[in-house]
Design a protein around this ligand. Structure first.
Ligand code: HEC
Length: 123
């Protein structure tokens, strides 16, 4: 009996720690996104920018099927985010590891995929 209770406690504790780790990573990802990506992909124009080229291009690309703002998407897997950031797409530049480190990219990918539901929109 004692072992069962201890086992349950340990797994409950581990689950809490994993969630806390995820939450910390997502928080770091939000900060890194604001720093590296929000000037193009944000939801509001910041510091002297005239427009949000990323949000605008994606609004046009998806025609209402997906939100233009990356932070509102639910179809972005961590791997997809990493691939786009390292290779770039159209007018979006790629980011070298000296600009966005692997650790930052891991956090950004966790942040942008925090609501990711594979197949939720038929993809
Ligand atoms: C200089 C502006 C700019 C910056 C900075 C930028 N992007 Fe982009 N990004 C764009 C544009 C524009 C597109 C749309 C390209 C196209 O026409 O397909 C895009 C597309 C993307 C896509 C593809 C989404 C899709 O569904 O096609 C992802 C993912 C993405 N960006 C992530 C990021 C992340 C993460 C960062 C920060 C590390 C970032 N971008 C920084 C301009 C930018």
């Amino acid at each position: 009996m004692k072992t069962i209770i201890t086992g349950a406690l340990v797994s409950a504790l581990l689950a809490t720690q994993v969630q806390a780790a995820d939450a910390a990573l997502i928080e770091q990802g939000k900060a890194a996104f604001d720093y590296h990506c929000a000037a193009c992909h944000g939801t509001q124009v910041v510091s002297g920018q005239q427009h949000l080229p990323g949000t605008q291009a994606l609004t046009v690309k998806y025609q209402g099927k997906e939100p233009g703002a990356l932070e509102e998407r639910t179809d972005l897997s961590p791997q997809l985010v990493k691939t786009f950031v390292r290779t770039g797409v159209s007018v979006m530049p790629f980011f070298r590891k000296t600009m966005v480190t692997d650790a930052e990219l891991e956090a950004i990918a966790a942040y942008l995929s925090r609501n990711y539901h594979p197949g939720s929109n038929g993809k």
